[in-house]
Design a protein around this ligand. Structure first.
Ligand code: SF4
Ligand code: SF4
Length: 159
């Protein structure tokens, strides 16, 4: 259902714009992780149309997502705890089309640039929430929604 996002601190603007000069596979682990904008959209449950393969996002968040900070509460163990919490890897770039259209990994894989509010450009990891580009304030925990109701929770603000 889910995927990966990093729990980086609101730290540094990366001066050398490595994402413009390096391929995914040339990046260091830290650079790769820093591409994540912290939107947490990939931590929402998704439903797949079996006939068309189309993926629909719901507003139901993984139980380990802190809905206030949009950070994983158990990042180190996430893959052991949640089946389908996939670690994004550079070699999987061809499969990135299921990620939300705003996801940095998908944008770069499509040859697009980072949005102006990205933490790597601003040094500010809070801005994404203030501008409403994350899931903050818009989702419910899977702890509160029975699975038979998931189809009723499909959203269209994530594409
Ligand atoms: S959708 Fe992409 S940018 Fe957003 S949290 Fe997930 S991996 Fe990070
Ligand atoms: S375990 Fe953490 S990273 Fe994985 S989907 Fe849940 S909240 Fe997101």
């Amino acid at each position: 259902m889910n995927d990966h996002f990093n729990n980086k601190e609101p730290d540094d603007v990366i001066a050398d714009r490595f994402w413009e000069t390096k391929t995914f596979s040339q990046m260091t682990s830290r650079e790769w992780e820093s591409l994540c904008d912290g939107c947490a959209k990939c931590c929402l449950h998704k439903l797949e149309d079996e006939d068309t393969g189309e993926v629909y996002y719901t507003d139901i968040a993984c139980r380990y997502l802190d809905e206030n900070t949009c950070r994983c509460q158990n990042y180190a163990q996430r893959q052991q705890l949640v089946e389908g919490c996939i670690k994004l890897r550079p070699e999987d770039v061809a499969q990135f089309d299921w990620l939300p259209s705003t996801c940095t990994y998908r944008l770069l894989a499509q040859g697009e640039d980072l949005p102006a509010w990205h933490p790597l450009l601003t040094g500010n990891s809070i801005l994404i929430h203030q501008l409403g580009f994350s899931v903050k304030g818009k989702v419910v925990s899977e702890n509160d929604i029975p699975e038979e109701d998931y189809e009723d929770r499909v959203i269209h603000w994530i594409e």
